[in-house]
Design a protein around this ligand. Structure first.
Ligand code: UFG
Length: 339
């Protein structure tokens, strides 16, 4: 049985990857500082899979503390997700983002060199394609011109990982460029729990549906898109998680540096998502058209054909599944711990 260290493994995406890895017979070790996640998620992973990951509460930027994770286990691969992820916050506090997101990547790779660990999978983002590429985005496009510091930290982390792989041929690296992850586990046990007011579309819609907010602000209806609202490639978090298992399998036999888009290849507008959510869950979502949000692009979606062909991976779940599972997570958890 192969052992995977999952940094940030109790977060929204990490917890789904943990479930998928365990279900695919990997032994999972999670390193997470709980800064944007909850310890109860560990029990929920166990409830779903029947197995509990080994857990280290650690900030992966702290090399001495992270070292314990490596010295106490025989790790085969690292899936690195730990990092700050708010685009808006990154524009207000760039140093916080550069420090945390780059030092965490450097520290993990340093430990991998020290312990001669062969596989590194990095949680990158479609944001690295910047603002000038035409859609759909393809892996061989020139990257850069990101609209925010968060995006730059992903871009620079990718470069760091590629350089480390070049200098250490026994290390293979894979950048997975996520599009817009939404949805939740079909059990309703794990899902997205933004702290404070959500900035992303799906969590905000859920809060309007639950009555916490009166309406959704739709940021702009004058984009050159099908209905004037922003278009994105929403991907179900369970499909995204399955992509990581495929990535690890591929890396075992294919050394070097690799890049894959994880998206569906389909763009949906804000109004289309609203409508799909209402239909899937039989709820009404009030909205108001507001000015564009600074830094937003009008439209982006993936060309996922490389991952489809090379990794034999495909996003299978529909927008209806995404809307239903996002809302199911809110309903399941409001019954248990909110009211
Ligand atoms: N939107 C609204 N109202 C809201 C929130 C969002 O109209 O309250 C719109 C946005 O303008 C955009 C779309 O919904 O058109 C999606 O916005 P999100 O904030 O959900 O997602 P983004 O595409 O802006 O950003 C996401 C991730 C980033 C990542 C980026 C590129 O949050 O981490 O995709 O992959 F960098």
């Amino acid at each position: 049985m192969k052992t995977v260290l999952l940094t940030g493994g109790l977060g929204f995406i990490g917890s789904h990857i943990a479930v998928n890895l365990i279900e695919s017979d990997y032994k999972v070790i999670i390193a997470d500082d709980l800064s944007n996640s909850k310890i109860e998620t560990l029990d929920k992973i166990e409830k779903i899979t029947g197995k509990s990951p080994i857990f280290y509460q650690v900030d992966v930027c702290e090399r001495k503390l992270l070292e314990k994770t490596f010295s106490e286990n025989r790790i085969d691969s690292v899936v690195h997700l730990a990092g700050y992820k708010s685009v808006a916050e990154s524009t207000q506090e760039p140093i916080k983002y550069y420090r945390n997101n780059l030092i965490s990547t450097l520290t993990v790779l340093e430990e991998m060199q020290k312990y001669k660990i062969a596989q590194f999978v990095f949680s990158s983002s479609a944001t690295v394609y910047g603002s000038e590429n035409p859609v759909p985005y393809k892996e061989d496009m020139k990257i850069g011109n990101c609209t925010n510091p968060y995006g730059h930290t992903k871009l620079i982390s990718e470069e760091i990982a590629r350089d480390v792989a070049k200098a250490n041929p026994y290390i293979s690296v894979m950048m997975l460029r996520y599009f817009n992850p939404v949805g939740a586990h079909s059990s309703g046990l794990i899902g997205e729990e933004p702290q404070g007011e959500p900035s992303n579309l799906m969590p905000y819609i859920c809060k309007v549906a639950s009555g916490e907010y009166e309406y959704l602000s739709v940021f702009g209806n004058d984009y050159p898109t099908k209905d004037g609202t922003g278009v994105r490639d929403y991907i179900h978090v369970e499909d995204l998680a399955e992509g990581h298992v495929k990535a690890l399998e591929y890396l075992k036999n294919n050394p070097g540096s690799h890049i894959f888009n994880l998206g569906t290849g389909q763009g949906y507008s804000v109004l289309e998502i609203l409508e799909a959510f209402e239909k899937a869950n039989n709820v009404k979502i009030s909205y108001r058209i507001e000015p564009r949000r600074p830094g937003d692009l009008s439209e982006f979606y993936a060309d996922p054909s490389k991952a489809n062909e090379v990794l034999d991976w495909r996003a299978e779940r529909t927008v209806e599944d995404m809307c239903r599972d996002s809302w199911n997570y809110v309903l399941t958890n409001s019954k248990t711990d909110k009211f």
